[in-house]
Design a protein around this ligand. Structure first.
Ligand code: FAD
Ligand code: NAP
Length: 281
């Protein structure tokens, strides 16, 4: 999807070469360097990274495409790559009638995507007080910020154990997260620490697999802790990050509050933080 040709189409320019309309996002265009389709509703892709762009692992930025009307379609996206990566990685849903993803799912290597380089967010190590164990609890594309954090050496410096749970409907929905965990374990920079400290616990709710059910139920029943040989949640030792659908975030937040955890933010770090993986049901 070439942005320049979209601009030309919007301005009624037929030959695609002589547009006089300046692209207001010319300074924010990044090139697609790779794409992987995990199933018919999930894909990941990588973009070139502006040299000046700084972000903390776990943050999100605005990305998008130029619409046919010449206006940009921008959406929040968690940056799935760690702060040190030379490129930027994203993990995306394909919403059939979604203004952005109905088109974004068709990008090809070499196409340009708008990236606003200002990143922000609460799923960052800085928003948590020190602890022994870090729980990263995700559903669906909520795994994206955690794909960044588990590839950041600071996460392993700050915590003795890092537990990533990913709940999806089907096994194929777990593929991206599984791939990132495997690559992390084999990474020359952090692989050794990840093998020792990282525990990955994928669960499915609508297809049989090794671990079945919503993570909320597996926490409440104690099965998660039994399976991983860990003690029950404690605000003394544990820190929690939550990223999923709104009902998921609400349910996990309830579990956190009932167990004595306190919600943190960038300005006031505490024992748990959360962020919506998307807006809507
Ligand atoms: C802080 C933040 C970070 C985000 N990070 C990501 C990310 O890393 N990857 C990603 O794919 N999306 C992410 N989103 C959602 C993203 O902003 C868009 O909503 C998504 O790309 C769909 O855009 P759209 O224009 O096609 O459809 P929209 O009009 O934006 O959404 C249409 C409907 O599709 C559903 N939907 C949208 N996004 C998702 C999703 N991710 N998972 C399941 N259902 C969804 C919702 O029901 C929504 O109402 C994030 C949202 C927020 C607020
Ligand atoms: N993923 C798909 O196969 C698929 C296909 C077509 C359309 N969609 C649409 O895409 C949107 C998002 O789908 P999604 O699968 O990414 O996200 P989702 O519907 O939020 O479900 C993701 C996972 O989170 C679990 N979950 C949901 N609410 C929870 C809660 N309160 N506590 C604990 N776990 C919870 C779900 O379990 P349960 O299964 O028990 O709900 C599921 O395993 C929806 O509008 C959906 O209709 C998805």
């Amino acid at each position: 999807m070439n942005i320049q040709s979209n601009n030309n189409a919007a301005s009624g320019n037929a030959d695609n070469t002589t547009s006089t309309k300046p692209n207001p996002f010319a300074d924010n265009m990044q090139k697609v360097t790779s794409i992987h389709h995990w199933n018919d509703h999930l894909f990941s892709f990588r973009l070139t990274r502006p040299q000046s762009m700084r972000f903390r692992s776990g943050e999100f930025a605005m990305i998008g495409l130029m619409g046919d009307n010449g206006k940009p379609i921008l959406r929040a996206y968690s940056i799935a790559s760690p702060f040190w990566d030379e490129e930027l990685e994203f993990f995306s849903i394909k919403v059939q009638n979604g203004p952005l993803t109905s088109r974004l799912q068709h990008i090809k290597v070499g196409d340009e995507v708008i990236l606003k380089p200002k990143a922000t967010g609460t799923l960052v190590n800085d928003a948590l007080i020190p602890g022994k164990r870090l729980y990263l609890l995700a559903t669906g594309t909520g795994i994206a910020p955690f794909a960044s954090l588990i590839r950041d050496p600071e996460t392993y410096e700050k915590f003795e154990e890092v537990i990533v749970t990913h709940t999806c409907r089907h096994i194929s929905d777990l593929s991206y997260g599984k791939d990132v965990v495997e690559r992390t374990m084999n990474d020359p920079l952090i692989g050794e620490e990840a093998v020792q400290k990282l525990k990955y616990y994928p669960t499915t709710t609508q297809e049989p697999s090794e671990h079945e059910g919503r993570i909320t139920n597996l926490i409440n029943s104690g099965k998660l802790f039994k399976d991983l040989n860990l003690p029950a949640l404690s605000p003394e030792t544990d820190r929690i990050m939550i990223c999923g659908s709104m009902p998921f975030n609400i349910d996990v937040k309830k579990i956190c509050l009932e167990n004595g955890f306190e919600e943190g933010s960038n300005s006031r770090p505490a024992s748990f933080v959360l962020e919506k993986a998307f807006v809507g049901e």
